[in-house]
Design a protein around this ligand. Structure first.
Ligand code: IP8
Length: 243
């Protein structure tokens, strides 16, 4: 059983304070993961680490930079957050090890992500919990662009043939227009009205883009908040199931 779990940047950092880890949330997540499932891959987002530097250098998922200093500023911040996440997981007894996507992945001129997952598979086979993160990534013709944690989750879920996918964010699930969690989504049309329609251009990770990408996966995915994490790891349906 292979599980891919994203810890959102809004969960593990304080989004309003540059480069600040939310220690309380991170410890809670780490404690839940200590009793986690068999093969587990963790991906975390950028929160107040990556996004701050990315906007300072004018870099997004489509706008690139050829400045090496821009790349190392963004990548360096994400490595500092990754160090904090890996350390918290290890303190909780999780055999977490760092994986830095900049050194592994690239985008071609069409923007398609190429992320070889053989080393991640080998880490799982040896009993480690690989911890990847949103990052900068070299992009043919554009220098380097941002690679979001969500894209990593979708790519890894496919290449590792994951059985379950979880997105732990700061909302308890996909919400309808009254703020109630939608328990299950099987077609985008079911929630298009709440999410701004299928034309919504939230390529940087809004809920509409997330739902569309998760629907395209073979594995069932779930969106939940920190309160739902332990239940998800126990195999329960928590938050919104997207399948
Ligand atoms: O928070 C973004 O990852 P996300 C990573 O998953 C950077 O969108 C470097 C801004």
């Amino acid at each position: 059983m292979t599980t891919v779990l994203k810890l959102g940047g809004s969960v593990v950092t304080r989004k309003d304070e540059p480069e600040t880890v939310d220690e309380t949330n991170l410890e809670r997540a780490a404690a839940a993961l200590a009793d986690g499932p068999g093969d587990l891959v963790v991906v975390h987002g950028g929160g107040s680490f990556g996004h701050h530097h990315a906007s300072e250098h004018g870099v997004s998922t489509t706008e690139g930079t050829h400045e090496a200093v821009g790349v190392t500023d963004i990548h360096g911040a994400m490595k500092r957050l990754n160090d904090a996440v890996v350390a918290a997981l290890q303190r909780a007894g999780v055999p977490a090890v760092p994986v830095h996507p900049f050194s592994l992945a690239w985008r071609d001129a069409d923007g398609t992500l190429h992320l070889p997952a053989d080393s991640v598979r080998a880490m799982l086979d040896e009993g480690f919990v690989p911890v990847l993160h949103g990052d900068v990534v070299v992009h043919a013709g554009r220098g380097a662009t941002i690679l979001s944690g969500d894209e990593l989750v979708v790519s890894l879920a496919g290449s590792l043939d994951a059985d379950r996918v979880g997105l732990c964010s700061d909302v308890p699930g996909v919400l309808d227009d009254e703020g109630t969690v939608v328990p299950r989504i099987e077609r985008f049309e079911d929630v298009a009205d709440y999410l701004g329609g299928s034309e919504a251009t939230d390529v940087t990770g809004g809920m509409a883009a997330k739902v569309r990408e998760l629907l395209a996966l073979d594995a069932p995915a779930q969106v939940f908040d920190l309160d739902g994490l332990a239940g998800f790891l126990d195999g329960a349906d928590t938050g919104t199931v997207i399948d």
